[in-house]
Write a protein that binds this ligand. Sequence first.
Ligand code: ADP
Length: 519
Amino acid sequence: MLTDYRVRQRDHLLEISRALTAQLDLDELLAIVLEAAAEMLSGQASLVALRDTEDGRFEIAASHGLPQALVPYFEPLLSDIPDYSDRSRFRIPGLAEKLGRVVTELALRLEQVVALPMAIGNELIGLLYVFRAYGTRFTANDRQVLASFADQAAIAVYNAQLYERVSQEKRRLDAILEYSADGVLILDSAQRIRVFNRALSRLTGWYSPEVLGRRHDEVIRWAHLETDRNLSDAAAGGWPLPSARPLYVEGDLRRRNGGTVSVGIIYAPLFGQGGRLVNIIANVRDITRFREADEIKSTFVSIISHELKTPVALIQGYAETLLRKDARWDPRTRQESLQVILEESDRLNHLIDDLLDASRLEAGKLPLEQEEIAMDSLAQRVAERFRVHANTHEIRVDFPEAFPIVWGDPIRMEQVLNNLLSNAIKYSPRGGTIEVRGRAAPDEVIVTVADEGVGIPFEEQPHVFESFFRGSREYQQQTSGAGLGLYLAQAIVEAHGGRIWVDSDPGAGAAFSFAIPRR
Ligand code: ADP
């Protein structure tokens, strides 16, 4: 009879231990442990307390057969836990009395308790308690049965905790990857995409579900490659770069729906045991801004050298001619030559001033010397000066009576009007009417300079206020200019708390307006 019972018990234990090792979810695992422990010792309730890995304290992790609300009252049973060295000597002092106090307070009927250590080697990771409502005390055999079960449970709990920590770590890593400001791409050894984060979706226009499982080269397609190697070369037949050095690739990536984006990608190989390539981790960085900065630098040099060369060449040519000892110049030719020299020096001066302003702006703000400005009479004055030179253009000024006075820097305001008017003339080669209009709104005054010239193509309109931007059409390329006029006009208007914008029908003229707040 007794052996029969033992055999059954052993088989049962085996079955449970299989269930334990298969379970990685800690809560589910604890539920199995508690139920099995209670059943094995014919108990009515059971508890598991686990040791916190950080502070070493024990806390009740799960219970069986006890109303949830009463579980915290069992905490006194977790005090006075002795240091653990060896299972046979492990006893919690006064445990039966502690239980007595708890159940009296709660009016519960639990009379017997046994507590077994859950240990791995010498490390105590938890405690397993079984309670009986009445009847016989726990025997040495009971303790023994529970002891080997507690050992099994300890290993399973330890694994589940480890698994939970690893999954938590993975979730954290996933979140970091997903929200990283740089694009992150993880490939398997066959160069299939396994991770494709948000930043990369933004860069490429592909969404993660569309590309997972696809090959790297189907998604990362280069419109233009700066570096002489790409991933396919590098990874062909293994990672040939010495000592598994990362590979850096730079160029223009083709976006999903046309268009390109400049990126730099670092591919880092990740090797597993035996030096086998497991993953390739790629960090994708948007380098458009660096590229732009580079481009601005080179446009700057080419525009400036062109803009400086023309007047200098003219001045030099005329001055040399005038200086020739073998020729005598009639007063008219002399006068005209000197006039050219003067005008070209003016142009140079202007350009130098603009460049100085632009570099001041780069360094900070434009200083303003503000006073009251009557925009209408300022516009009249500037227009008058332009009328002297412009004989194919009619320049009209139209401001309503009693135009409000604004607060600003008159020299800078004049510079804005100058730039807008000179553009209006420069970009209407066939002449026409140029109108300078003023309008008073409740909070601001608005000044518009409108011409009937070549206008601005829609795709260029958003860029005309950028520094060194010049129109792409042939006509604009032939006119002189450094692409600074509108950039400075915008900076000046914004320094006054205002705004500037353009309306243009390509081919039919342009109207530039700016608004300055009223006081
Ligand atoms: P720049 O005249 O020296 O090129 P701006 O900054 O004054 O520089 O103007 C930038 C560009 O904006 C010009 O190259 C031209 O393409 C365009 N633009 C400016 N004003 C006008 C206008 N009134 N009509 C047509 N295009 C204009």
